[in-house]
Design a protein around this ligand. Structure first.
Ligand SMILES: Nc1ncnc2c1ncn2[C@@H]1O[C@H](COP(=O)(O)OP(=O)(O)OP(=O)(O)O)[C@@H](O)[C@H]1O
Ligand SMILES: [Mg+2]
Length: 462
């Protein structure tokens, strides 16, 4: 069964195709004009899109363009009401898979559609194979087992296949730059440059030449032609960091570049085409800035075709042990020390600490601990005062649990509790599952189910 979207302003046509596809066993959505069609495309991915060209409000060509940008692998078939093959050919040039001229015979249509769906299936299977081959390691150093980070990784995987602009939102230190790099590394642009510019760090008068380049002699100090970042990132990805700080004058110029996909160096008359995927990042609430007018709304919408929100670390405490361990390994290698673990009391303190500086702060805490620690494990003593000051939460199961103000990742926390208690029960019983199950007050089958669900290593007997 495939998911198909039919967009046509003509009711009879929608009904005809809907009935036809239902009979063929597909799931089908219909949209009565181009705008509705575009909205649906933003809501979900389809295996096939069939759109009329001449429609009120939003033309089929716009639907085509948006769909192609969002889902490059989804075949699009266009319909024209009259024998205007010229527009149909234009649509093919813009990436349509095929076209029909109305009126058409359903069995002719069926052949084309089956072929389109078949190809789509092939592409998908190939991608799955590749993904399995590369596995999670392709996420490089990005750690996160909380559901919220897993969702972020999923989104990164999907978004990497497209060339749409992406806006990454999140507090300072949540890993925005890392995610931007992952999008690049997972895309077919990975062999081309990934460049970063911090919009807040460059004086306004230099920003334009930094981004778009300049001609020799345009201003004092311009002693040679300079290539801008857009040109340098051609074929690759450009991260515009701290986009919220971009001066208003530059916002207009950037918008133009995003629309035209062409840049003009300062002092140059010619425009040069560039193919750059733009990822923007900010720790500001850009939507509010756009609403209140401190950031151009049109630019906001251009940048925010897809947004990825990175949750603060305090909202995904299940990631803390994993990240802490990751940084521990990193810094004990770097400092040539043999510190391999974190003392449980120290871990309790880390879990209770709100980390307003997010992952970056955790990294600093661990780096400091590794540098100072004289034992073979990280203990309370090597944690900074602000972390030690927090009382460790009660570890009594069930009692004394406190829901933090900012909320938690319930499923992750529950998994974590389960994992720890099951681990303890197995340790105590020397891995004998029947006894462990009795200690936990659950059946043997239920224990087996949980071990499987939590992907805990299943070693030993029955
Ligand atoms: N999930 C993660 N796994 C491993 N390391 C991470 C993760 N998230 C962040 N880091 C590390 O934390 C540090 C901060 O990350 P990054 O620079 O990407 O944050 P940011 O959101 O861009 O911060 P800022 O808003 O301050 O620029 C980096 O050293 C990065 O490698
Ligand atoms: Mg950053």
């Amino acid at each position: 069964m495939s998911r198909i979207l039919v967009i046509d302003d003509e009711l009879s046509m929608r009904e005809l195709l809907e009935l036809f596809f239902l009979r063929e066993g597909h799931a089908i959505d219909v949209a009565a004009d181009g705008s509705e069609g575009v909205r649906r495309l933003h809501e979900q991915e389809y295996d096939l899109v069939i759109t009329d060209l001449r429609m009120p409000r939003t033309h089929g060509m716009v639907v085509l363009e948006q769909c192609r940008d969002l889902y490059p692998e989804t075949p699009i078939i266009v319909m024209t009401a009259f024998a205007s093959t010229e527009t149909a050919i234009q649509a093919m040039k813009m990436g349509a898979y095929d076209y029909f001229t109305k009126p058409f015979k359903l069995d002719e249509v069926k052949a084309v559609i089956d072929k389109a769906l078949e190809r789509r299936q092939l592409v998908r299977e190939n991608r799955k194979l590749r993904a399995e081959l590369h596995g999670r390691q392709r996420f490089g150093g990005i750690i996160g087992r909380s559901q919220r980070m897993q969702d972020v990784f999923d989104l990164v995987r999907r978004v990497a296949r497209t060339r749409t602009n992406v806006l990454i939102l999140g507090e300072s230190g949540t890993g925005k730059e890392l995610i931007a790099r992952a999008i690049h590394d997972q895309s077919d642009r990975r062999e081309k440059p990934f460049l970063v510019i911090n919009c807040a760090a460059i004086p306004e008068n230099l920003l334009e030449s930094e981004l778009f380049g300049h001609k020799k002699g345009t201003f004092t100090g311009a002693t040679a032609d300079k290539e801008g970042l857009f040109k340098a990132a051609d074929g690759g990805t450009l991260l515009l960091d701290e986009i919220g700080e971009l001066p208003v004058g530059m916002q207009v110029k950037l918008l133009r570049v995003l629309q035209e996909r062409k840049v003009k160096a300062v002092g140059d008359l010619r425009e040069v085409a560039v193919d750059v995927r733009v990822v923007a990042a900010t720790n500001r609430d850009l939507e509010t800035d756009a609403r209140t007018g401190s950031f151009r709304e049109d630019l906001y919408y251009r940048l925010n075709v897809i947004s990825i929100e990175l949750p603060p670390l305090r909202e995904r405490p299940t990631d803390i042990p994993l990240l802490a361990q990751h940084f521990l390994e990193k810094y004990s290698t770097e400092f040539g020390k043999a510190i391999n673990e974190i003392d449980p009391d120290a871990m309790q303190l880390l879990l209770a600490y709100p980390f307003s500086g997010n992952v970056r702060e955790l990294e600093n805490v661990i780096e400091r601990a590794v540098a100072l620690e004289e034992n073979d494990r990280v203990t309370e003593r090597s944690l900074p005062d602000q972390v030690r000051r927090r009382p460790p939460p009660s570890s009594d199961a069930g009692s004394g649990l406190q829901l933090p103000d900012q909320g938690i990742d319930l499923e992750g926390v529950v998994d974590d509790v389960e994992r720890r208690l099951i681990g303890q029960a197995l340790d105590r019983t020397g891995g004998r599952k029947k006894e462990a199950a009795r200690l936990l007050g659950i059946s043997f089958r239920s224990l087996r189910y949980r071990l499987d669900k939590l992907k805990m290593k299943d070693e030993g007997d029955a």
